[in-house]
Design a protein around this ligand. Structure first.
Ligand SMILES: *[C@@H]1O[C@H](CO)[C@@H](O)[C@H](O)[C@H]1NC(C)=O
Ligand SMILES: *[C@@H]1O[C@H](CO)[C@@H](O)[C@H](O)[C@H]1NC(C)=O
Ligand SMILES: *[C@@H]1O[C@H](CO)[C@@H](O)[C@H](O)[C@H]1NC(C)=O
Ligand SMILES: *[C@@H]1O[C@H](CO)[C@@H](O)[C@H](O)[C@H]1NC(C)=O
Ligand SMILES: *[C@@H]1O[C@H](CO)[C@@H](O)[C@H](O)[C@H]1NC(C)=O
Length: 467
């Protein structure tokens, strides 16, 4: 009972501390807001540098008296343009009459837009936005900001772990592998450029990519798993038509001066939000600004709206590749190949083995690995009805899987003969159950015991087996 009362106290505090941001302000003016907190609320469409400033844990990143000796990295590709269907819907939106309708609404005094936001919307053109690269043939391609982010990630790791990352490439020390898409190819090349420079990176060897890449993209090759994610559709649909989202739709329409006869629907509102988050993420690193470039389509949304849309995305990933997947074992099994690779490398005492293994893949794979490790787990699951109670949740996709997100494991050899592992997410040490909760250090033996079942498994069948 006492426990429960204490818990309620914490909840109440969390809610009141957030009341400012979670209250909708109909007069929010994006153009004059210098904080632009939506910059880090785009879920998986968030810039890496925009979130790197946040501390997930209180652990001091690199404090250890032991010697780092091996490095394993699972990264997501850097910021990209939208895929073709989304990009096309954004172009259609930009070419529709909505922009002119808003201008008319403003002039008739029907909106609550500030003058600066109105002018930004009025002056928006498809050509001026994204500097002309926003074309269907560029769908899904990496942006310059994505390349910058990856180059800087590897440079920083090289600075912190000079023992592991020499300035020149040696085939025997490194293993580079990506998937069959241009965005992971360009990303891993940017990572290598950060380490060895343009010329050095041209000479690196990429591991061959198999046709059935169950190792690096297991979610794509396991139809049995998709059947386990029925809750995904149920939860996201329910949230889409639930009271919070209906209120958001109503408020956005009111802000832009639409009434019940001509109101924008959820799909159209989501398209505006996509403009907002893709534009910021695509330009952030290259813009040399703390908030990225402007996007007029951020203006219809208050901070409370961004928080709600972010939650909508969090729910979706939670039930597709997170703790909301009913069959957690099966989700863990999907990471069989990656976990086995990690353990093989970390357990090796052979000086001839690779020092750094670098993989570039997708957000689902990183989320799946976090679930296997037990990191970022909340006391209570997030679901369609508890948005207000979950403002302090760990499962925040903007922080855990933005563009260029990366999960790294580092082996440390200690003088007393102990071997430790530390896990880093986006360059911050993370707390893994079973490991030291102050320093973040895990005994290698603890991790090996925990994942014993993967060590000699035939992952090519184990990764998607149900018996
Ligand atoms: C994040 O953590 C580091 C190391 O513990 C600390 O130096 C820094 O001040 C923290 N930053 C913030 C914004 O709390
Ligand atoms: C990334 O690295 C470049 C140098 O290549 C530097 O100029 C830039 O400031 C860095 N950007 C960030 C966001 O760290
Ligand atoms: C990466 O992309 C480049 C340029 O398209 C291509 O030449 C190269 O073969 C690709 N590498 C791999 C390993 O897919
Ligand atoms: C939303 O409105 C657009 C434009 O009128 C329409 O094409 C689309 O089908 C609507 N979507 C839904 C889900 O009603
Ligand atoms: C995980 O894989 C193992 C080995 O094939 C299998 O015994 C187990 O049933 C799988 N777990 C689930 C939930 O599918």
């Amino acid at each position: 009972m006492k426990f429960f009362v204490a818990l309620l106290g914490v909840l109440a505090m969390a809610i009141s501390a957030d009341a400012g941001a979670s209250m909708h302000n109909p007069f929010f003016c994006y153009a004059t807001d210098t904080v632009r907190s939506m910059t880090n609320m785009g879920s998986v469409i968030t810039s890496y540098e925009a979130i790197r400033r946040f501390n997930f844990t209180t652990v001091n990143p690199y404090m250890s008296t032991c010697t780092p000796s091996r490095f394993w990295y699972l990264g997501r590709y850097g910021s990209r343009l939208p895929h073709a269907p989304t990009l096309q819907s954004m172009i259609d939106f930009a070419e529709s009459s909505i922009q002119d309708d808003i201008v008319r609404n403003y002039e008739a005094g029907r909106t609550t837009l500030c003058r600066q936001d109105f002018e930004m919307i009025r002056d928006f053109t498809l050509e001026s936005d994204f500097g002309g690269i926003f074309r269907i043939e560029n769908a899904g391609l990496l942006t310059e900001s994505g390349i910058f982010a990856l180059q800087n990630i590897s440079r920083r790791y090289q600075e912190v772990f000079p023992e592991i990352f020499p300035q020149t490439y040696e085939r025997s020390r490194f293993h580079f592998r990506h998937t069959g898409t241009p965005r992971t190819n360009v990303s891993i090349q940017a990572f290598a450029t950060g380490l060895f420079g343009e010329v050095g990176a041209e000479g690196i060897v990429h591991e061959p990519i198999p046709e059935q890449d169950w190792f690096l993209r297991p979610f794509d090759f396991c139809p049995d798993f998709w059947e386990e994610t029925a809750d995904w559709d149920r939860q996201t649909r329910a949230f889409e038509t639930g009271p919070e989202m209906l209120e958001l739709i109503e408020q956005v329409n009111r802000k832009l001066g639409f009434n019940s006869q001509n109101e924008l629907n959820f799909t159209q509102i989501l398209t505006m939000w996509n403009w907002c988050r893709f534009k910021i993420a695509a330009t952030f690193e290259a813009s040399n600004s703390e908030t990225g470039a402007h996007c007029p389509w951020c203006a219809p949304f208050s901070v409370a709206h961004h928080l709600l849309l972010e939650y909508y995305e969090d729910l979706s990933f939670f039930y597709a590749s997170g703790y909301g997947v009913r069959n957690q074992r099966m989700l863990e099994n999907l990471s069989c190949g990656l976990i086995q690779d990690l353990l093989n490398q970390m357990q090796s005492d052979n000086d001839g083995d690779t020092l750094a293994r670098i993989f570039v893949s997708y957000s689902e794979e990183i989320q799946g690995m976090l679930v296997a490790l037990g990191a970022f787990r909340d006391l209570w699951p997030i679901h369609q009805h508890n948005f207000a109670q979950q403002s302090g949740r760990h499962w925040l996709t903007s922080l855990i899987s933005p563009f260029s997100a990366n999960l790294a494991a580092v082996r440390y050899d200690c003088e007393d003969g102990d071997v430790d592992l530390r896990f880093f997410l986006n360059e911050r040490p993370i707390l893994v159950p079973g490991c030291d909760q102050q320093t973040g250090a895990c005994k290698l033996s603890t991790i090996v015991d925990r994942f014993q079942r993967f060590i000699s498994a035939d992952c090519s069948t184990f990764f998607c087996s149900t018996n």
